[in-house]
Design a binder for this molecule. Structure first.
Ligand SMILES: Cc1cc2nc3c(=O)[nH]c(=O)nc-3n(C[C@H](O)[C@H](O)[C@H](O)COP(=O)(O)O)c2cc1C
Length: 267
């Protein structure tokens, strides 16, 4: 994740509309293809593939191309997809390429190399001026709704800007002893039916895990991350409660620069 620029958390935004699309050059497309090979998985045993296709090969009406994400549907695959897709969102922002995570759009092929289509990102090269200028002005839940710990630390004031489906922000963070615990919970109501929301929200949790990792790396805070097993997919309505479902535990220890990055390799 060395080539992910932390500052992009504050520059990125969802391009629901592209005011200007600058056509990609063959070199741009080649560079994106190369980046698709460099994404770090959250769970290295989940096989995931990415395809860069013109938007006409999908139902997307946004941008110029789409990045289609296909995956094995093993335990944790949605969090893994969110984690890898958000690396792209941030990297593309650093290249002035606008992105919209697009849960409602569909590709022509629902299967690729035996993997299921999970979600796409609509992308288009655009002008710098269309990116976010003041991230503090974008709509997010109050810290007190998503954070249980002392005060309002820097950590929550950064990671709360993670994107999420329908801006539902289905997360809750707790700081206990030397641990930051990330839970999935019912987020803000969106237009999507609750059972579908409970599934797509697991992608959002993967996005949040990426932002937490980047926060700890950027601030040189040594952590050990453990992933937790969310409920299995199925019987979604029964799970769409205010229950807190643990997704990750970060144990903070002394900063030790040499093994800091090692602690974040996929488990
Ligand atoms: C998993 C996921 C799916 C999304 N699906 C859609 C979508 O289908 N259509 C859309 O316009 N925006 C979609 N979004 C974008 C969200 O609406 C957006 O992230 C949220 O409103 C926060 O705004 P921001 O990304 O500009 O910070 C999706 C975002 C995520 C993370």
């Amino acid at each position: 994740m060395n080539n992910i620029n932390y500052e992009m958390i504050f520059k990125r935004k969802s391009f629901h509309v592209f005011k200007e699309v600058i056509p990609f050059t063959p070199q741009d497309l080649e560079e994106i293809e190369q980046q698709l090979q460099q994404l770090m998985p959250l769970s290295k045993d989940i096989h995931t593939e990415f395809r860069l296709v013109p938007k006409e090969e999908t139902t997307s009406t946004r941008g110029e191309y789409c990045i289609l994400i296909y995956s094995e549907t093993k335990e944790g695959f949605l969090q893994n997809t969110g984690y890898m897709g958000e690396q792209l969102d941030l990297w593309l922002a650093s290249k002035d390429i606008g992105v919209c995570w697009y849960g409602l759009a569909k590709p022509k092929e629902n299967q690729y190399n035996g993997l299921d289509f999970i979600i796409m990102l609509a992308i288009g090269k655009t002008n710098k001026q269309y990116f976010r200028k003041d991230y503090t002005k974008c709509s997010r839940r109050e810290n007190s709704d998503i954070w249980n710990g002392q005060g309002s630390p820097d950590l929550i004031n950064v990671v709360k800007y993670a994107p999420s489906a329908c801006n539902s922000q289905p997360w809750y963070l707790e700081y206990k002893e030397n641990k930051v615990i990330l839970y999935r919970t019912r987020g803000k109501k969106g237009m999507m039916p609750l059972d579908k929301m409970t599934v797509i929200n697991r992608l959002d949790l993967g996005i949040m895990i990426l932002l937490l990792d980047l926060y700890f790396i950027h601030n040189k805070i040594h952590v050990i991350r453990e992933l937790c097993i969310d409920h299995p997919i199925g019987n979604e309505l029964a799970l769409a409660t205010d229950e807190l479902i643990m997704n990750a535990i970060y144990t903070i220890s002394e900063p030790k620069k040499s093994d800091f990055y090692d602690s974040l390799v996929p488990i």
